[in-house]
Design a protein around this ligand. Sequence first.
Ligand SMILES: *Cc1c(COP(=O)(O)O)cnc(C)c1O
Length: 381
Amino acid sequence: MRVPFVDYPAHFNALGQEFKDMVNDVLFVRADLILRDDLVEFERDFARFLGSKFAVGLNNCTDALFLSLKAAGIGAGHEVVTVAHTFIATVASIVHVGATPVLCDIGDDDLMDTSLLESLVTPRTKAILPVHLNGRICDMDAVMAVARKHNLLVIEDAAQALGGTCKGKKAGAIGLAGCFSFYPAKLLGAAGDAGMMVTDDEELARKVRLLRDHGRLNKANDFAFFGYNSRLDNIQAAMLNFKLKRLPGWLERRRAIARVYDEGLRDLPLRIPVGPEADNQRYDVYQNYAIHSERRDELVAFLKEKGVETLISWPKPLHHNESLNLNFELPRTDELCRRIVSLPMNTEIDDAQVHYVVECIREFYRAAPLAAGSSSASART
Ligand SMILES: *Cc1c(COP(=O)(O)O)cnc(C)c1O
């Protein structure tokens, strides 16, 4: 049996003739390409889905983060607190506005350890940039409390958590702004790159809208400032809005797969994700189902032999790239990078494939239950 980590052909084919007819209408009948009605409708529906007042479609989430920070007035001389256990885009957005990233270590849920936050705040700190990784919202009560106390802005990297909630609040709709990615493998994927920022702040939305389109105020060539070109393509918006209506069902499917993994792996010598049942206040959406194994590299090789694709998102901690000049000691992030691996989690695999993955992992631990420890040493070399 083969269990793919992602299966784009299957995904797009499952959207059916209705999807092809829609694409045909936008491209071949109307040829509506830049800043057209499909984008306006997607922004409206996306904002409604999140319960946010405004949504601004952008080229990608990297730009959503960058332009949100910029529009919020963050720049040279400011510090922004975020994590190293994230995609480089999070930290790059801070660097690109001229600010300094300050990296926080992670806690038991692999997300920002909010108990460390206050110790990282200095007079230069202007914002916190929490990352909701693998479909789970980080402790936003704690983030917002520190932000209020020290008068900091909060911009959420919700690239991996669209539709996830905590205490009824949606990821990306809690801080000043939330940023989303529609990279093809994300929970809601485009046919290429795309992103979005959401906010309840009308002025911030207005600024990001201007920034994405060269600061252009009108067709008469009036410009507010030098901006960028970061518009979300109309055709991508049309496809994304078509898919948005199916998103709740897809999230349910991901959660069902996660329950099968939970039940099948719980008793093995590995760590399954901190699930929603830990506090019953969250709706986790499992962008990834990431386990920790002390024998990670052996397990990955074993699963590959069995036809099961896995993903180690970030094998090398970001702050270990000397060229990036991120000089932070983050022991828990380092440890996690040696142990974490994501299992197949997509809406195209069926129950038999999910059970097969569980069986393969159980077989791995049955075959050599006592070799623990040997691989964590070799993984460090
Ligand atoms: C994917 C991702 C991004 C970047 O999104 P792009 O749309 O590819 O720019 C940023 N942060 C996190 C956590 C991501 O997973």
